[in-house]
Write a protein that binds this ligand. Structure first.
Ligand code: GLC
Length: 440
């Protein structure tokens, strides 16, 4: 749709590592900023090709249908589409579910994108997909739209939409994991070591986590690695995962399976699997995202559940988590980019973000909502949510992130499920990440 595009400027300056950002820094929660973080790391940067720019006013007079595509709906996606459809009649959004977990959703989306499909106007993109999708030339450039409406968005969240100095998406919601725990069985963990010790004490205290071989396992491992002081790639782009901290984190996780801290069924769980098992009364601890709150709350386990931020590794270091979340990207093959802009503006608005957090406990992208009295009154764990966001660090930012992550989760999974050697697994992981980096 040429009318809302404009040839984007050819970039002649080297890529500025503006996005190596991330630990959230809220100052009193009203003026958040971003600080550099070493944990996620910068892979060497490649240029993203030129892409048509979405004009911020492309929604003027827009009408018709749009299809919004993404992974399994946790309630928030269809609900948001429904609210948008109810408040106006010119545009109709429908949600198309692509895959169960994030890795499956990415595969299904990429099959469509590579095949030139026009099925989806908007893709819900995991925060780690931005560099790859920008580099493949699948997306509209949203830099102008982000400039026009993104002023109140927390900088570290906004940085997940950036690659090669441009914004390729608009944040939808952010994610940083929490520990849900049974107040009748266990206590709030003071460290990961304390959590594992409490969990091993009784089969009813077990920790349920996501250890299926997919993106969620990468995140679970990185949460331990980051809190043990390790990282994947350093600020210069050097692979540094072959480290004592990585051995400590992986040995700790393996021993957690061996000594009964972690429910062995975790090897088959994604986020939904963990939530359902916990809701059925299993375990003392559930590691999950804020989006698990509503389901957990409504279950029998709900009244006996409290929430804590992820702890430090052993009580001495800093707590650390992984920055998750989802963005809205517009496909260059979108049939209706103008209406897509209207929907995206709505999703990022303060009103839609407030409704989202009140109804689903998904973490909003706007800083002010974390201290909004209505939100604080309704979401009992708003302070824990804020702490966990402040401690969240990004995953490596790279067009080959999918390969980097696969190198992590496959090698971690082999140790957890087959008991393969920790040292060899870390070396292999580092080697595969290095090779992935060399492919572009
Ligand atoms: C959540 C996070 C996402 C992460 C995924 C892992 O959906 O928001 O960033 O990649 O979990 O399973």
């Amino acid at each position: 749709m040429k009318s809302n595009t404009r040839a984007s400027r050819r970039r002649i300056t080297p890529f500025i590592a503006a996005a190596g950002v991330a630990a959230l820094v809220f100052s009193g929660c009203s003026s958040p900023g971003a600080a550099p973080s070493a944990a996620g790391g910068q892979a060497p940067q490649a240029r993203a090709p030129q892409a048509p720019m979405l004009a911020p006013d492309a929604d003027k007079g827009a009408t018709g249908d749009i299809v919004f595509c993404g992974g399994k709906d946790t309630g928030i996606r269809e609900a948001t589409a429904k609210r948008f459809n109810a408040m106006q009649s010119a545009i109709r959004v429908s949600y198309l579910e692509l895959g169960a977990d994030t890795s499956a959703a990415r595969t299904a989306a990429i099959q469509r994108l590579e095949g030139g499909s026009t099925d989806c106007d908007i893709y819900m993109t995991d925060v780690v997909w931005t560099p790859e999708w920008a580099q493949q030339g699948w997306l509209y450039d949203q830099t102008d739209l982000v400039k026009a409406v993104g002023g109140e968005i927390i900088p570290s969240i906004l940085s997940t939409t950036e690659y090669d100095g441009r914004n390729w998406a608009m944040p939808f919601y952010t994610d940083s994991a929490l520990i849900y725990y049974r107040t009748d069985r266990v206590k709030a963990p003071t460290s990961w070591k304390d959590l594992y010790a409490q969990a091993a004490a009784d089969p009813e205290h077990k920790l349920l986590l996501q250890a299926k071989a997919y993106e969620g396992l990468t995140v679970n491992f990185l949460e331990l690695l980051y809190s043990a002081g390790g990282s994947v790639i350093d600020e210069q782009g050097k692979v540094v995962i072959d480290s004592p901290q990585a051995r400590t984190a992986l040995t700790f996780m393996r021993d957690g399976f061996k000594n009964g801290s972690i429910d062995p069924a975790s090897l088959t769980y994604d986020e939904t699997g963990v939530r359902r098992a916990y809701e059925s009364g299993l375990g003392g601890f559930q590691r999950n995202w804020p989006g698990a709150w509503n389901g957990t709350q409504a279950s029998e386990a709900g009244p006996k559940t409290a929430v804590a931020p992820l702890p430090s590794f052993d009580g001495t270091g800093k707590p650390a988590g992984v920055l998750g979340g989802w963005n809205l990207a517009v496909a260059q093959k979108a049939k209706n980019p103008g209406a897509s802009v209207a929907f995206i503006k709505y999703v990022a608005s303060e009103e839609a973000q407030r409704q989202m957090v009140l109804e689903t406990a998904q973490s909003p992208i706007r800083a002010a909502l974390y201290s909004d009295p209505e939100v604080v009154a309704k979401i009992p764990f708003a302070p824990q949510l804020k702490t966990s966001l402040e401690n969240a660090k990004p995953r490596p930012k790279s067009p080959v992130y999918a390969q980097i992550s696969r190198a992590i989760y496959e090698n971690v999974y082999a140790v957890l499920s087959e008991g393969s050697d920790v040292d060899a697994a870390i070396k292999k992981m580092a080697d595969e990440i290095q090779k992935a980096q060399e492919t572009f």
